[in-house]
Design a protein around this ligand. Structure first.
Ligand code: SF4
Length: 289
């Protein structure tokens, strides 16, 4: 959408905002720098980077409140669960809203008068139109220009390719539990340092986040980044094992779909497009304190 705007196919936007969780792959930050320099700057579109902190550091900092990631849980009684996802709201939606309020001239806690709002473009393509949602505040009105153009994901890829941006990487936290096996393999096989980083994080989060443990609210079970609920460096990311198949919950779309195992949670993580958890989330895991 930034390129479409910069090149006059869509109207020129006033700002582009990137919500940084602090733990994107290096390729995403490099791509963002390139977009800013080659696409945004020539069109005089300011690219604003906003953040609520570093999701990786916060999870491991006993002094920091942590908005939980959607971790796969193995309870003490052997039952499987998942922690409620709070990270998209905390690390993406919250800093964007804060920035939008500042741009409008009404920082929190000022009341924004009726009729004062931004038009916010969300990049949903026609093949995922079900993700298009309204914003939950009156001062933001969502539009979905790719759907209005009738552009599918393939159309977007074709356009990016024509601009020399065919290698646009997918944005998400390096250690997002929504990754499918293909994404885990990609990290392992292309970036050993980032693989070591996610394997170390997976081990560090096993008993829950640091603050919950420090405050005497430990996880009553074990947490994992991979849906097999095995340590990441032992998880079956090269193929689907019989055990992993058996562990799936048949009533849930993502887990009955081999493509989801391979490609990750279909709807992933994006502000105003989240569909929800892949599995029913459970509270009381002590991860969010
Ligand atoms: S990419 Fe994953 S871990 Fe990061 S904020 Fe989104 S859901 Fe949470």
């Amino acid at each position: 959408m930034l390129a479409l705007s910069a090149h006059g196919i869509l109207p020129t936007v006033d700002y582009a905002i990137f919500a940084d969780t602090g733990w994107e792959p290096a390729a995403v930050y490099a791509h963002l720098d390139r977009l800013e320099k080659e696409v945004a700057a020539p069109a005089v579109i300011p690219l604003l980077r906003v953040s609520s902190g570093n999701i990786r550091h916060d999870a491991l900092d006993p002094n920091h409140r942590f908005a939980s990631m959607p971790l796969y849980i193995l309870n003490q009684d052997g039952k499987q669960g998942m922690t409620r996802r709070q990270c998209t709201g905390e690390y993406k939606i919250k800093p964007i809203k804060k920035q939008v309020r500042a741009l409008l001239g009404y920082p929190h806690p000022q009341r924004i008068p009726d009729g004062v709002f931004v038009e916010q473009w969300v990049g949903i393509s026609t093949d995922e139109f079900h993700r298009a949602k309204d914003a939950d505040v009156r001062y933001m009105r969502n539009r979905h220009p790719l759907i209005e153009l009738g552009w599918s994901r393939d159309d977007c890829v074709r356009y990016l390719t024509s601009l020399g941006l065919a290698d646009t990487p997918k944005s998400s936290c390096l250690g997002c539990p929504f990754h499918g096996n293909a994404q885990w393999r990609h990290i392992r096989d292309t970036s050993p340092a980032e693989w070591d980083d996610v394997v170390a994080f997976d081990a560090a989060i096993r008993q829950g986040n640091a603050r919950a443990n420090a405050s005497g609210n430990p996880l009553l079970g074990q947490a994992y980044l991979h849906r097999s609920r095995l340590p990441l460096d032992q998880a079956p990311i090269d193929h689907i094992t019989a055990a992993e198949r058996a562990a799936r919950q048949p009533q849930l779309d993502d887990d009955t779909d081999p493509e989801a195992l391979e490609e990750g949670v279909v709807d992933g993580c994006s502000p105003w497009t989240c569909r929800g958890e892949t599995e029913p989330a459970q509270d009381g895991f002590g991860l969010a304190s």
